[in-house]
Design a protein. Structure first.
Lengths: 114, 114
């Protein structure tokens, strides 16, 4: 079935360090891919998205490129801040059909220390 | 524009009881989805409604049910509560569940079953 696998962490970095959170998806259909972020006590917020192969989503310094050849959508940021501390979720959405749902990875807890 | 509103924010119930959670989507959004979030299972899809019709349902027992009203507001109900139902229940709305219409999440209802 459809699934998303992401590194579970936790990931602990110092401020201004480089961040990578790996995400891979099952290659069924032509999914759209998303990264969501969840801050403590809150719901999920959309961070970025990519809807087709080779698309690059970007927002707030975060980037992810839809790689069909490796079925990956890794999240990167060049210089993290303390305020980036949160849980990050990779997700896929099937296009077409009647499958009106997102499939999420398990989430990766990121802690950024000053 | 007001975001997705979920009430109540916290609930404590006893095993065997039933509970109803409420979700008011963003104005104009006709699709409402529900997700259960637990530390062990992560984010799992419960169901999705569009224009008062359930279009998809996740792999949850029949004790979990939902509905959507003509104003797009949605409720979910869990009957005969079990300890394992303790979770954060997230509601999300969108214009349409598609690659071009991302989900907007509420802050969730934290349900504790004792």
């Amino acid at each position: 079935g459809d699934s998303v696998t992401q590194m579970e962490g936790p990931v602990t970095l110092s401020e201004e360090a480089f961040l990578t959170i790996n995400c891979t998806y099952t290659a069924t259909g032509y999914p759209s891919l998303f990264w969501y972020v969840q801050y403590p006590g809150e719901g999920l917020q959309l961070l970025l998205k990519a809807t087709k192969a080779d698309d690059k989503g970007s927002n707030k310094g975060f980037e992810a490129t839809y790689r069909k050849e490796t079925t990956s959508f890794h999240l990167e940021k060049g210089s993290v801040q303390v305020s980036d501390s949160a849980v990050y979720f990779c997700a896929r959405l099937n296009s077409g059909g009647s499958n009106y749902k997102l499939t999420f990875g398990k989430g990766t807890l990121l802690t950024v220390n000053p | 524009k007001a975001g997705v509103t979920q009430t109540p924010r916290y609930l404590i119930k006893t095993r065997g009881q039933q509970v109803t959670l409420s979700c008011s989507p963003i104005s104009g959004h006709r699709s409402v989805s529900w997700y259960q979030q637990t530390p062990g299972q992560g984010l799992q899809f419960l169901f999705e409604y569009f224009s008062e019709t359930q279009r998809n349902k996740g792999n949850f027992p029949g004790r979990f049910s939902g509905r959507q009203f003509s104003n797009s507001r949605s409720e979910m109900n869990v009957s005969t509560l079990e300890l394992g139902d303790s979770a954060l229940y997230l509601c999300a709305s969108s214009l349409e569940v598609s690659y071009n219409s991302p989900l907007h999440f509420g802050n969730g209802t934290r349900l504790t079953v004792t």
